[in-house]
Design a protein around this ligand. Structure first.
Ligand SMILES: Cc1ncc(COP(=O)(O)O)c(C=O)c1O
Length: 406
């Protein structure tokens, strides 16, 4: 990608403040424009919405519940903690909301083939699932490191009829899988839709993905009002590329009294350099261009993208969605980081107190709530997005616990 000419286009639309835009090779411009035009037509199309909403209800299993974490709240002795249960969707993570929406868009564009990248495998599984549902060919790119640590999802994708292509370049994680998916898209653009899995990439992707994930926030907003008669003091979500977080935040962004808190992967600690915390490490996280968008990314002094580390494959990515960069710049959202060890601890705590195994990604959001709740008054409310379930992470968790002598 780096050797192809880059053209910043979209000056008005597709920007979040100075972030976002379209920094892509010319060969992709027609595809991105086609997607933008299709989305513009579809956005307010009653028939599209009817089909999409019907499938969300009858196939995905929406609305997902909002669960009051009673035992966890009692144990922490402070703020009341609520969990938005994206782990209860079909395929077990929020990724399905976006995959379904984009696959329907792809059908409208007459595409017959979907390509996707995946880190934790949840987006790959979601894409393979909707490809089966809508009778489309599906190829999923995945770094070989992620293939090793997310085996159950690799097997699921294959059973669903997708081809999983191992990526051996770079750090063999999500960033490298995105590179390969883009390469495939460039080559097969006439027949293929690139089903991007997070609120990343060139315009219109960050907007499309946010809009398809906004259902999380809309439901949570109504559900917390019903349960508590008021809005939460804070909404907390983990931030890989940022799709589950932006989906939740979007419904609360105009409610100034609600704090929006994004949680990045602190890995082995910010000082170690082994993390994926684009905001928490000002020495390494600076604005730049990656995968078609201008945003915060981890880079060295020469602008070379730095390797990342996280116990959770889904947060192990060097850039963050451009809308998050903007929300942080204007001070509307706050971003923190949680280490691997803290996430692991949160995973165990939720399992023990509530009988729920959260995804390691979601465990980061939960760890931030666990950190904050004890010092908050008992009438405070923290709403945590449980973006996915932890079955896929069992091997990683058991190995890590063994390593820690647990
Ligand atoms: C369960 C789960 N949560 C969160 C994420 C992070 O992605 P995003 O920041 O786009 O929500 C992933 C990514 O794979 C995931 O599988």
């Amino acid at each position: 990608m780096e050797t192809l000419s880059l053209i910043p286009t979209q000056q008005k639309d597709g920007r979040f403040g100075i972030f976002g835009g379209q920094y892509i090779p010319e060969v992709l411009m027609p595809a991105v424009q086609e997607l933008e035009e299709t989305y513009r037509q579809t956005r307010n199309d009653a028939e599209f919405h009817e089909i999409y909403t019907h499938l969300l209800k009858t196939y995905v299993g929406r609305p997902t519940p909002l669960t009051f974490a009673k035992r966890l709240t009692e144990e922490l002795g402070g703020a009341r903690i609520y969990l938005k249960r994206e782990d209860l969707t079909h395929t077990g993570a929020h990724k399905i909301n976006n995959a379904l929406g984009q696959a329907l868009l792809a059908k409208r564009m007459g595409k017959t083939r979907l390509v996707a990248e995946t880190g934790a495998g949840q987006h790959g599984v979601a894409t393979a699932t909707v490809a089966a549902l809508l009778d489309m060919e599906c190829v999923v790119y995945m770094g070989s490191v992620d293939i090793a640590r997310q085996q159950p999802n690799v097997q699921r994708m294959k059973l669903l009829g997708a081809e999983v292509r191992a990526v051996e370049s770079g750090t063999r994680t999500l960033k490298d899988a995105v590179n390969e998916a883009i390469r495939d898209w460039v080559t097969n653009v006439r027949t293929t839709h690139y089903l991007l899995g997070s609120a990343l990439g060139p315009h219109p992707y960050p907007t499309i993905v946010r809009d398809f994930q906004a259902v999380i926030g809309r439901e949570a907003h109504a559900q917390i009002l019903e349960a508590e008669g008021r809005l939460p003091d804070a909404c907390i979500a983990c931030v890989g590329g940022g799709s589950n977080a932006i989906g939740l935040f979007s419904a609360f962004v105009d409610d100034e009294e609600v704090a929006l808190i994004g949680v990045e992967a602190g890995g082995e600690g910010i000082a170690s350099g082994k993390h994926a915390a684009r905001f928490a490490d000002p020495a390494r996280g600076k604005p730049g261009v990656l995968h078609g968008t201008f945003t915060y990314l981890l880079q060295d002094e020469d602008g070379q993208v730095l390797p990342t580390h996280s116990i959770s494959a889904g947060l192990d990515y060097p850039a963050v969605g451009p809308e998050h960069a903007y929300l942080r710049e204007i001070g509307r959202a706050e971003y923190t980081s949680v280490t691997d060890a803290e996430a692991l601890q949160a995973f165990q705590t939720l399992a023990r107190t509530e009988g729920i195994l959260p995804a390691l990604e979601s465990s980061h959001a939960l760890a931030e709530a666990i950190r904050r709740a004890p010092s908050l008054p008992r009438e405070s409310i923290l709403l945590v997005n449980l973006s996915g379930r932890g079955d896929k992470d069992l091997e990683t968790v058991l190995k890590a616990l063994k390593g820690r002598g647990a």
